[in-house]
Design a protein around this ligand. Structure first.
Ligand code: PEP
Ligand code: MG
Length: 568
């Protein structure tokens, strides 16, 4: 038995087997082989496996015509007798191992695709690369790196795991996630919470000590990982799970209650969602509306941007299932770590930090227009907000509003019924937006503070990095001052100010946010009851005094300590 203490990134406790995810694609070096016939046999077996695998994938995506067609074209390629004879020829000529022959032939094809004039063919090169890697992995007996190969009860472990890996996996088979390079605000952690998968981040050293196939307990609530647990450990965690469930049950009554302080000041507790399933879950948890739809995460399984019609169908479904039909749709926040950026983000040069959100959308107006149309058409009567991501100046909002107005005119001229009262909101997640919050507030109906990015860009700290997360960076005086400034600007301009970053789900911050004047907290659906209960603990006036005291702290550590002491 070995016990590792890390940091909790997604609550919950589960058991499983460690699967070390290897993210890198290995380059195969030439090996001279004597038994060429054996290598040819291995090639044939690998292609048969790949054929079965590809057929299963086609079945999985049978409802998505586009993906299905792409996968089918690869299936034809794998089944092509020509491929087999070329591979045999390579083995015969240079006496290499099967893996090397496959790499050589596939890279030939991929390179000719990359050199082609057609953007479509170029983008397909990557897909073919993953088919090649799949076949090579099968040949070399390394089956664990493919999301489709996971067995039930897998606790996936790696330095980093791309959110796209999760999207490709059957998430019911993932019992837990362990990384050494993630933080609570990384998109992987956000996805894990949305999928209710316990997640812990630990040191690289500890991660290296964990081995493939070891039985493991992952305690995402306390940030603990136990490999090869003893019977006593199992018993302890069984009891703990019962106790946690009992505690959760105690909070169940908040499902029916509004968020309000003990003296009746309303604080709307809403839900952040990444999928249609999240919306349904949130409405059973008593969410008071959907405060943030991360729309770029809704279409994970698609290899191409969703069309206007595809988006409309998904948005419609969300509005229909949303509590009170109130939904804040954030426009696509494409960034270099999320899906689709490789399709439309290529003009960003090497600015991986700053080329995202509204900047990318304004460079791709057709994508922006299609999404705005899809949102306007998603409901005739819901309370809908279009939220603009990564705003850094009011003129970006003005350009979006101009496009929204043009789209409205188009619908009116063509007698197409649309929602006439869609609101416009701005994310406040860059220091420049926080500083210009008054100017921004005059342009919009609501502002939503994205603390995940606001912290990252204000403090100059990578949100994915696990360094220094023992003390919450949201307590940093600069961050709190920004939040306070934005809340004040909202009040002055009579508009709503929400917090939708992970800070809204952090119970240690609830009183402070309420005391600073935040009226809407958009949280992970799992945290709705706990946040409502935290809001209800104090009088509003006391929260204001408490927040003021916190604002006088010089350091994040001092502020956090003050909260801990107040809770004793
Ligand atoms: C944020 O930055 O706080 C936010 C809510 O947006 P995301 O986490 O999707 O970047
Ligand atoms: Mg953000």
């Amino acid at each position: 038995m070995a016990k590792f203490k890390g940091v909790s990134l997604s609550d919950g406790i589960s058991y499983g087997n460690i699967v070390k995810v290897k993210n890198h694609n290995q380059h195969i070096f030439f090996n001279f082989v004597e038994d060429k016939e054996n290598e040819k046999l291995r090639v044939r077996k690998a292609l048969t496996y790949a054929e079965e695998y590809q057929t299963a994938l086609i079945e999985k995506y049978k409802d998505d015509e586009e993906i299905k067609n792409i996968l089918t074209s690869y299936l034809y390629m794998i089944k092509d007798e020509d491929l087999l004879s070329k591979l045999n020829q390579i083995i015969d000529t240079i006496s290499c191992q099967a893996e090397y022959a496959i790499q050589t032939e596939f890279e030939n094809v991929i390179n000719s695709m990359l050199l082609s004039e057609s953007e479509y063919l170029k983008s397909r090169g990557d897909d073919l690369y993953s088919v090649m890697n799949k076949i090579i992995r099968v040949l070399s007996g390394n089956k664990n790196t493919d999301p489709n190969d996971l067995q039930a009860g897998s606790v996936i472990a790696s330095d980093t795991i791309s959110p796209i890996f999760l999207a490709g996996a059957d998430v019911n088979k993932i019992a837990g996630i362990i990384t050494s390079h993630s933080s609570p605000t990384s998109h992987l952690a956000i996805a894990a919470r949305s999928l209710k998968i316990p997640m812990v981040t630990c040191s690289k050293e500890d991660l290296n000590k964990m081995q493939d196939d070891q039985i493991v307990i992952i305690d995402g609530t306390d940030g603990v990982v136990i490999t090869n647990p003893s019977g006593l450990d199992m018993q302890y965690y069984d009891n703990l799970m019962c106790n946690l469930n009992a505690e959760k049950e105690k909070l169940e009554r908040y499902k029916e209650l509004e968020g309000k302080t003990i003296d009746g000041i309303r604080i709307a507790v809403q839900a952040n969602v990444c999928s249609k399933e999240d919306v349904k879950w949130a409405s059973t948890q008593g969410a008071e509306g959907i405060g943030l739809v991360r729309t770029e995460m809704l279409f994970h399984n698609m290899s191409k941007l969703p069309t206007m019609e595809q988006q409309m169908a998904v948005y419609k479904n969300i509005v229909e299932n949303a509590p009170g039909k109130s939904v804040v749709f954030r426009l696509f926040d494409f960034s270099n770590e999320k899906d689709f950026y490789n399709i439309i983000g290529e003009n960003g040069g090497n600015d991986s930090w700053g080329h995202r959100g509204i900047r990318v959308l304004l460079e791709n107006e057709k994508v922006l227009r299609d999404q705005i149309r899809a949102i306007l058409l998603s409901s005739e009567d819901g309370e809908i907000t279009i939220l603009i991501p990564f705003v850094s100046a009011p003129d970006e909002i003005m350009r979006v509003k101009y496009i929204v107005d043009e789209e409205y005119s188009y619908f009116m001229q063509n007698n197409i019924p649309v929602n006439q009262s869609v609101k416009i909101g701005s994310m406040i997640e860059t220091p420049s937006a926080a500083i210009l919050c008054d100017e921004i507030a005059r342009q919009v109906d609501m502002m939503s503070i994205g603390t995940n990015d606001l912290i990252q860009y204000t403090l100059g700290t990578d949100r994915n990095s696990s360094g220094n997360i023992s003390c919450s960076k949201a307590f940093h005086p600069a961050v709190l001052r920004f939040i306070s400034m934005v809340a004040d600007a909202g009040r002055r301009n009579h508009i709503t100010v929400a917090v939708c970053g992970e800070a809204a789900s952090d119970l240690k911050l609830t009183r402070i946010l309420v005391g600073l004047g935040i009226t809407h907290l958009s949280v992970t659906p799992d945290k709705i009851h706990a946040v409502k209960s935290e809001v209800e603990k104090h009088k509003f006036h006391d929260d204001v005094i408490f927040a003021n005291n916190i604002m006088s702290c010089n350091t994040a550590m001092e502020a956090e300590a003050m909260v801990t002491i107040a809770d004793l």
